[in-house]
Write a protein that binds this ligand. Sequence first.
Ligand code: G4P
Length: 534
Amino acid sequence: MNSGPSSSSHTPAAVRGQAKRRRTFAVISHPDSGKSTLTEALALHARAIGTAGATHGKAGRRSTVSDWMSMEQERGISITSAALQFEYDDVVFNLLDTPGHADFSEDTYRVLSAVDSAVMLVDAAKGLEVQTMKLFEVCKHRGIPIVTVINKWDRAGHEPLALMDEIHERTGMLPTPLTWPVGQSGDFRGVLDRLTGEYTKYTRDSGGASIAGEETFAPEAAQQLEGETWTTAVDEAELLELEEQDHDQEAYLAGRTTPVLFASAVLNFGVHKLLDTLVAIAPAAEPRPDVNEEPRPVDAPFSGFVFKVQAGMDSNHRDRLAYVRVCSGVFERGMVVTHANTGKPFATKYAQQVFGRDREAVDEAFPGDVVGLVNASALGVGDSLYLDRKVVFPGIPTFSPEHFMVIRAKDSSKYKQFRKGIEQLDHEGVIQVLRSDLRGDQAPVLGAVGPMQFEVAEDRMVNEFNAPCELERLNFSIARRTVRDSVPTLSRERNVEVLSRSDGELLALFSDRWRLQGVERAHPDVVLEPLVVS
Ligand code: G4P
């Protein structure tokens, strides 16, 4: 249905067509499962739009696209998030990078608010790991459908059926393999396609630096080629059929099942199949519900929301960049949109597509795409932008901080810079800033989910805002939401502090859960609620 003018040269039908072509997804995994390797392999198989030949890897290993910050380079971890766009089989993929390190799980959460589906990467030898489980929980909570890829099948690992049991038991999702490995882990010969019954044989070339060779055989030919190994794969696949572990599109979209593929990202085995699978079954960009749960049609005038704000990524581009996920209409460079939170106009003259270091000007973007808006200091995480017809998308909730530090300017003459820096870091969601009359503005408390967030904050205060500071750890590890009426009682308790966060929430901090339980027992009327992530 035509839902009004999209103020662009594209007809509503064309916008709907573009939205349908989009697959906006993230790869979730425990560090070291092969996320960077897979991303690189995906880019190799597809045509990276704009940035031909760009690769994605880990610091110190290859040229990397996500190592903006020197800290990131030193540690070889991915702190910042980039969006990679590529085209394959007439589909436009937007792969949103998520930080692997648990300390930045809040960032990951924000990125996941902007995707339509996820790929869960599992190391065949390690199975489901801590971080995989956490990320999986977030996806489940948000109703994000998941395709599971069992990676590193070229190395000895678990039995495939045992891995399926583990997924089922620990995630509650029924695994529905689309392919089944021919050859045990460590002896990866190819895969049986469960839909067609055919055999895709992989051939290894030098170092896996290029696209792996694939040849497809009918079952009879496969039997002749692989003998017992093929028979085992067929027998196991039959077992899966008996257990009704077959792909069901509706159940996948509802998060009840997870289609499974077997791969070796480093050898480029199975990467093709992953792309084909995402083309065939992953959800496209669909109407996104606003705060009133009313879906904004994809062909409505432009709208989007900020899921990440980033700064100081590159010394040549010392600016602030807001990543916006386009939800409806066409984004056109230069268009002036409305910032829903302030009602003020925002000129998008400097819209860019960011792919690591390389920045490309974006002229147009469609639902599902991600654009980086430059000079976006007015925009905060969760903010909505729109053209013509107002829409406010649900905000992105913040995590419950577990680490707390007081921050002070080292040099009192730099107080102005100090204040500006703190405000900006708060606005970007790098850390949470908590204040109280007692502590005053000179020494606010920073709250973080992981301690490395403090290092990022300190680094930026020094290098970007020219405000050297000192941090002092506070002995709190639990935050609870409270209300004004409860503050007098809580303030009389020892080792409890109430602070107010910039979003207006009042947070009561406790050293540990015993202290919290003690206060709860002593004052059953006091409001102390977990800070829920929804
Ligand atoms: P991450 O982003 O999830 O942290 O993982 P990354 O891609 O960096 O991969 C972690 C390690 O696992 C790398 O080895 C990488 O080469 C290896 N790897 C990734 N996919 C596969 C696979 O399919 N099979 C095998 N056998 N290994 C895989 P590294 O020793 O840390 O680095 P490198 O020197 O080998 O590149």
